[in-house]
Design a binder for this molecule. Structure first.
Ligand SMILES: [Zn+2]
Length: 482
């Protein structure tokens, strides 16, 4: 592209590395600014042989990200292309390089006429990917105090699911009302601890009676109908550890009937690790429930050699027809060891886990009021995948890594229309250069923000621009397919 064309390009809105007024944080509220430039006037250029081309199609795109390395989230190879957005949806995905001449976009033999206020990002070979989806979070306190959710957005996380390990809020619809508009798309699992407390009272460290189990089933059905994706368990923790097989099977059956997900922090991740997996496998086999195995790991050095057997059990369960997926985080110590300095998770096992086709990435992040944190994973897990495992160590390809952070978690949780760059999907999009991305949070400095996410779009709105959060609160409640 000539300098002159480039300049004109830039006048359309925002070019890579150059910030103009064309792109604003949020289209809603009082902060809306229009482009200071009218791109159709006052410029002359040489146009590609107009007469040989069909008429330009008038299109209603609001945002165009051109000439990026489009990695669509499915795991297939990236391609040079253009992503067009209208309102909160992806309108079009075009392969091949695009040229823009004033308000006309040329792609191959097609021509499109942009609206005057269409914003343009020249991605110039940078990665354009779906927003990342974090299905395992403990961030309720953080979202209550920081609804803009910058700590998540700066990692490229545009959707997340809370209420994990058995701990949710009691009344999910009311919680949504309380939160108001968030910077991120959000959904919440019901927590088994909450169900037990609601059905059995505070003194719940005992076996549940038949009536109490029926009450839990009722509550679970209500929650699923109200839009929760499933039920989470933290069977290692009292009083959830008092659960009997009968109780778990009844709940799993209810989930299976209503297509809810069973997300489990299993009874033991250390000494009784394999037995704990076998317990859940039996329940999943019998009930047909979709089972999400949360934060897969073999905890403490004495158990590290069990990890290959863990992966084998996941594969075997899949082979028997169990709809089982796992998620994992990317640090060699758990939150128990945050303060001890001990390495409790094997790096070699992390890499084995990354290679398993049924395991994707989640953060297990505990973020509390005002961003207080008890583990660096809350500030760094997703950029760490890109920086450490894709770029620096080349453990996994970029396309596979993106799939494990977008389309796979979306499919697993039946999240409607997210996790993929495809027409009709919600416009949760990231623009970044792999070489710029870096997690910075460490054990001794767990709350250092990552760098490298250049643009983050949530439902078509710019939530991060030129690496800085805009304060935009364009998140939507996640919808789950039944
Ligand atoms: Zn857990």
């Amino acid at each position: 592209m000539s300098d002159r064309n480039r300049r004109e390009f830039i006048l359309q809105g925002v070019a890579w590395g150059i910030s103009l007024t064309g792109l604003t944080g949020c289209a809603t509220g009082g902060s809306r600014r229009q482009s200071s430039v009218e791109p159709n006037r006052g410029l002359t250029t040489t146009k590609p042989q107009k007469e040989t081309l069909p008429d330009a199609k008038d299109i209603d795109w609001d945002l165009l990200i051109t000439n990026g390395n489009v990695i669509d989230g499915t795991g297939k190879g990236g391609f040079r292309g253009t992503v067009a957005v209208t309102k909160d949806r992806i309108a079009s995905v075009l392969e091949g390089s695009a040229n823009i001449d004033h308000s006309i976009v040329y792609v191959g033999t097609e021509r499109y006429r942009l609206k005057p206020d269409c914003k343009v990002i020249l991605a110039d070979g940078a990665c354009v990917t779906p927003g990342f989806i974090d299905v395992h979070t403990h961030n309720e306190e953080y979202l209550r105090t920081n609804p803009r959710a910058e700590i998540r957005l700066l990692q490229g996380v545009t959707s997340q699911i809370g209420g994990n390990c058995g701990e949710s809020v009691d009344d999910i619809p009311r919680f949504y009302q309380l939160l108001g508009d968030l910077g991120i798309n959000y959904g919440q699992l019901m927590g088994y601890r909450n169900l037990r407390r609601l059905a059995m009272g505070e003194e719940a460290e005992r076996e549940a009676t038949g009536r109490e189990i029926d009450r839990m089933v009722d509550l679970l059905q209500q929650g699923l109908q109200a839009g929760s994706p499933g039920l989470s368990f933290g069977l290692e923790y009292a009083p959830q550890s008092s659960a009997t097989g009968r109780e778990l099977k009844k709940l799993a059956q209810t989930l299976a009937n209503q297509k809810g997900i069973m997300a489990t922090h299993i009874r033991s991740e250390s000494d009784q690790l394999l037995e704990s997996i076998d317990e859940m496998t039996e329940i999943a086999l019998e009930s047909g429930v979709s089972w999400q195995y949360s934060h897969v790991k073999a905890l403490f050095q004495d158990n590290w050699d069990k990890y290959p057997a863990v992966l084998e059990r996941i594969s075997n369960a899949n082979a028997k027809g169990v709809d089982l997926w796992g998620d994992m985080y990317l640090y060699d110590f758990s939150s128990w060891d945050f303060g001890t300095g001990r390495i409790s998770i094997s790096e070699e096992n992390i890499q084995l886990g990354l290679a398993h086709p049924r395991i994707f990435i989640a953060s297990d992040s505990g973020l509390y009021a005002n961003g207080k944190v008890t583990h660096p994973r809350a500030y760094g897990n997703f950029p760490r995948m890109l920086a450490r495992y894709v770029r620096d160590r080349q453990v996994i390809s970029l396309e596979e890594a993106v799939a494990k952070m977008s389309n796979l978690p979306a499919q697993r949780f039946r999240i409607s229309r997210r996790g993929k760059i495809a027409p009709g999907y919600k416009a949760d999009l990231l623009v970044f250069r792999l070489e710029d991305v870096q997690d910075r949070a460490k054990r001794n400095k767990p709350n250092l923000l990552p760098v490298g996410m250049r643009y983050v779009f949530v439902n078509g709105q710019a939530a991060v621009m030129e690496g800085e959060p805009t304060g935009c609160r364009a998140g939507q409640p996640l919808q789950f397919n039944s």
